[in-house]
Design a protein around this ligand. Structure first.
Ligand code: AGP
Length: 606
């Protein structure tokens, strides 16, 4: 999960490379570097830390050269430091890389016999010396073709050459890479986000392809070195999404955007006049689908788990879910009448993409629920259901989670209706209820003061539990993940009914425990579980929905009530206080909320 940029221009490139790298820092930010070609030399500067640190350490404004490559790193091989930072260069080749070279050890041994001395602990350096070796005997295109065939694993590459100072080579296998087109210059980037400030004309490389980028020409080649043509996409402009506006953090902005993004999602799929759901161009006859497998990672996996409950409630379809990194290595028995749905905000998560690729290779029905419609997962699935949330910049997913579960809920409703497993009156009532969801979310957002006061307790504790049953259980997992990834404190989501089978031993005096107990069909049982943890000293934060009925329990530390709605939609509202709890906990600790340590927004390596 690193970020790559390359620019071939008729004017100096360092300033644009630096500004593009700053947009790519969401992909990784433990070190950064750039290399330009000037007067027959490779000028390489790199350092540990953020792009800002690179600017402080080097006089980049005076880094000359009209050709250059840049990189922001999330370490996979070798600790984050200036030696392991990219670019990596020989005397005549410089490379930036996103991915993992799985045969780097063997290649290192081979290259050492050729006299190459490795400076870093990275796998990337083998690419530098492999190209250097192949250029001794082959012209550029042949040397690149040969090198790529020698590499096992995944890569997105940007490469410049001292002796060929008017071009950049880009190559892609398993990690995203795009080409952008500008006036008297052309670009290479990990994704459209890095390129959008310079162009809205983009071409995506597909696996196995490489390209040669000059300031006035771009050529594409397949894995055999044969020239190919690629189409140019025009990107939508959503520049506003890339600014924080008045918010302190992107995450804060994206939490507050949720009423709008949910409203957009509803408008995209719901015809409220006719109380109908429009899912256009669904490529299969509904009778061809008798079961569904939902696959994702992290928050996207929690969306899959949430959807399982809704599909089970609304349809008779057999539903299974799996974590993508598990699915891809399982002894899967692929079934023709199974629909495989891949949930991913970025659409670039390596494990999710690999799971999709596996299904495609087995000619399975594949559908993508994504936010980035130009992404690899979106492009390679048979059918795409966009969530229409606009760019989500904060590493901790918020609006995209709500967008994912909205689209999955809508899909469950639609399939249940098509299969006549929901009666039409219920179907139309549920569509009507959905129209109120944005305003209910809006009201549920107005809890800042309560949550801010509570959040300190979670910071001071050595750990916390998030409990829920049924529809609330996936939300408990999601709330725990948010707190973990933002505040770096241990938090565990658990089925409320499971506590007595072991984890109750964790409960000690003063331990904060979030109990999600809306007044749905699981309410009474969950309140009983809540009393079990209170009896052992837990400080319970009860999150429920407004009701005239009193809560039959004592010694509840704090209670937060979200708005009332039908049981199906309560998970949307229960999520809001948990997002804010994690945000304010991290804010109090002074942590980097939009870029938490060790993480990245798009995990494009295994
Ligand atoms: C969620 O807050 C995390 N950033 C992470 O779990 C994320 O959901 C996961 O990496 C999947 O990303 P994707 O949706 O882009 O595939």
């Amino acid at each position: 999960m690193c970020g790559i940029i390359g620019i071939s221009s008729n004017k100096p490139v360092s300033a644009n490379i630096i500004s593009s790298l700053k947009k790519l820092e969401y992909r990784g930010y433990d070190s950064a570097g750039i290399a330009t070609l000037f007067e027959g030399e490779i000028k390489e500067v790199k350092s540990e830390g953020r792009v800002d640190t690179l600017e402080q350490n080097f006089d980049l404004k005076n880094l000359k050269g009209n050709i250059g490559i840049g990189h922001v790193r999330w370490a996979t091989h070798g600790v984050p430091n200036s030696v392991n930072a990219h670019p990596h260069s020989s005397h005549n080749v410089s490379v930036v890389h996103n991915g993992i070279i799985e045969n780097s050890t063997i290649l290192k041994k081979y290259l050492a016999t050729k006299g190459h001395i490795f400076k870093s602990q990275t796998d990337t350096e083998v690419i530098v010396y492999l190209i250097t070796e192949n250029l001794k005997t082959d012209e550029l295109e042949e040397a690149i073709t040969k090198t790529l065939k020698q590499l096992h694993g995944s890569f997105a590459l940007g490469i410049v050459f001292k002796d060929i100072p008017d071009l950049i080579v880009g190559a892609r296998r398993g990690s995203p890479l795009a080409v952008g087109y500008g006036p008297n210059e052309n670009y290479l980037g990990s994704d459209s986000y890095a390129l959008k400030s310079m162009t809205n004309k983009i071409t995506y490389l597909d696996d196995g392809e490489f390209c040669i980028i000059k300031k006035d020409q771009v050529l594409f080649f397949n894995e055999d070195g044969k020239k190919i043509n690629k189409k140019i996409l025009e990107l939508s402009s959503d520049e506003a999404s890339y600014e924080k506006g008045d918010f302190k953090h992107f995450m804060a902005k994206e939490i507050e955007e949720q009423p709008n993004t949910i409203e957009t999602g509803i408008k995209e799929y719901i015809d409220k006049t006719n109380s109908e759901i429009n899912i256009y161009n669904f490529p299969w006859n509904i009778n061809e689908i008798n079961s569904i497998t939902l696959i994702g990672c992290g928050t996207a996996y929690h969306s899959c788990l949430m959807a399982k409950y809704w599909f089970e409630e609304l349809t008779q379809i057999d539903i299974s879910i799996d974590i993508a990194s598990e699915f891809r290595y399982r002894k899967n028995r692929f079934k023709k009448d199974n629909l495989y749905i891949f949930v991913s905000q970025s659409g670039e998560t390596a494990d999710t993409y690999a799971a999709l690729d596996l299904c495609k290779k087995n000619n399975m029905k594949t559908c993508a629920v994504v936010n980035v419609i130009e992404s690899s997962i979106a492009r390679d699935a048979n059918f795409v259901l966009p969530i229409h949330c606009g760019p989500e910049i904060g590493v901790a997913s918020t609006k995209a989670f709500l967008g994912q579960i909205l689209i999955l809920y809508i899909l469950a409703l639609k399939l249940g209706s098509l299969r006549n497993e929901i009666n039409q009156e219920t179907f139309k009532d549920k569509i009507k209820d959905l129209q109120n969801l944005p305003s209910l979310i809006e009201k549920s957002l107005l809890i800042d003061n309560d949550i801010q006061a509570i959040s300190s307790t979670f910071n001071e504790a050595k750990g916390s539990m998030f409990l829920g049953r049924g529809f609330s259980y996936p939300i408990a997992l999601e709330g725990a993940l948010k707190l973990k990834e933002l505040s770096y404190v241990h938090a565990e989501g658990y089925p409320a009914g499971e506590m007595k089978h072991g984890p109750l031993a964790l409960i000690e005096d003063g331990m904060p425990v979030v109990v999600l107990a809306p007044r749905d069909s699981y309410y009474k049982k969950t309140i009983s579980n809540m009393q079990e943890v209170i009896a052992r000293g837990a400080k319970v934060l009860l999150i429920t929905n407004k009701s005239k009925d009193e809560i039959v329990s004592e010694n509840i530390w704090e209670t937060i009530e979200v708005e009332n709605t039908n049981d199906d939609l309560l998970p949307f509202l229960l999520t809001i206080p948990l997002q804010k709890l994690a945000y304010y906990s991290a804010l109090k600790k002074g942590y980097d909320i939009d870029k938490p340590r060790n993480l990245a927004k798009s995990v494009t390596v295994e």
